[in-house]
Design a binder for this molecule. Structure first.
Ligand SMILES: [Zn+2]
Ligand SMILES: [Zn+2]
Length: 290
């Protein structure tokens, strides 16, 4: 059991529950060897606050303070769990505002000495696409339709890969969460945009997050869908698992099913990051061994 994307906790994320410590205890209990925690980067402008955050009076200043506290707490817990669980300290990027996000994300990575970065895009045309169906529709309308949204989304993923060089690329086809039925696979232009994102991941040596949050939210397939897994596999891009947990109860959710999914699509290894005497290094885990 390994995961490189997850460990969001109620301590440092408004839409998560539980403490980071209880999440890591649960990872130990569930037999994880390596567990990457990747709290959301703080958004830097109040217009990007989620409705649920606004309702509770959150400000970007508070997001920033909580993130600093996450950076400190994760370092303490990493040390505390040593010998029981290899904790990797990371964070999940935002790609807003379009001008300036890359410098902000690079500064966060540097300032807090994170082990790795999870590259994510949650906004298209500055509108969040995974907050609610209404938000997704607003973003699609702003783009001129679902396929046009997908094109822009994948172009942003390429931007994140090229600008931030994340080790892991998160939930590659996140827009499918609220995309209308039948939007998948998308039309030719959006497909080409998705192929470009996979090509960028290959060129920059990224690992793709086989993310089980989609299963938890009732979708048929995890992120990414089978057609994208096949493209990535043919391009030689490796995968890791991400439970994208937002509470201790979600730790490890869907990973056994995700393993079978990858095996069915001919992917026989996942890649994890490990601490070594030479710094963070990759290691392959064989999925064919039960
Ligand atoms: Zn989240
Ligand atoms: Zn995400």
């Amino acid at each position: 059991m390994v995961s490189l994307h997850g460990g969001h906790s109620g301590e440092f994320c408004e839409h998560a529950q539980g403490t980071l410590r209880s999440t890591l205890e649960e990872a130990v209990r569930r037999g994880f060897r390596v567990y990457g925690v990747s709290e959301h980067a703080p958004r830097s402008d109040d217009r990007f606050l989620y409705a649920s955050e606004r309702a509770k009076g959150y400000t970007v200043a508070r997001l920033g303070r909580e993130f600093d506290e996450y950076a400190r707490a994760s370092r303490v817990l990493q040390r505390e769990f040593r010998g029981r669980l290899e904790v990797l300290r990371g964070f999940e990027t935002e790609a807003v505002p379009r001008s300036g996000y890359a410098a902000e994300m690079r500064a966060l990575a540097c300032e807090h000495g994170f082990d790795y970065v999870v590259g994510s895009v949650h906004h298209v045309k500055d509108i969040s696409i995974d907050e609610s169906p209404a938000h997704f529709r607003a973003a699609a309308d702003a783009c001129g339709g679902t396929d046009a949204l997908l094109e822009r989304y994948y172009a942003s993923v390429v931007g994140v890969i090229e600008e931030i060089r994340p080790q892991v690329v998160a939930h590659l086809d996140l827009p499918k969460l609220y995309a209308p039925e039948g939007a998948e696979p998308p039309g030719p232009a959006a497909r080409r945009a998705a192929e470009s994102a996979i090509e960028a991941a290959r060129a920059h040596n990224c690992i793709l997050d086989l993310n089980t949050a989609a299963l938890r939210k009732g979708l048929r397939e995890p992120y990414p869908s089978a057609w994208l897994v096949r493209l990535a596999k043919d391009a030689g891009v490796p995968f890791c698992f991400g439970d994208d947990s937002h509470s201790p109860g979600q730790v490890g959710y869907g990973i056994p099913r995700a393993r079978l999914y990858l095996l069915r699509l001919g992917v026989e290894t996942v890649t994890v990051l490990r601490h070594t005497s030479e710094g963070i290094r990759r290691q392959e885990v064989d999925l064919t061994q039960p």
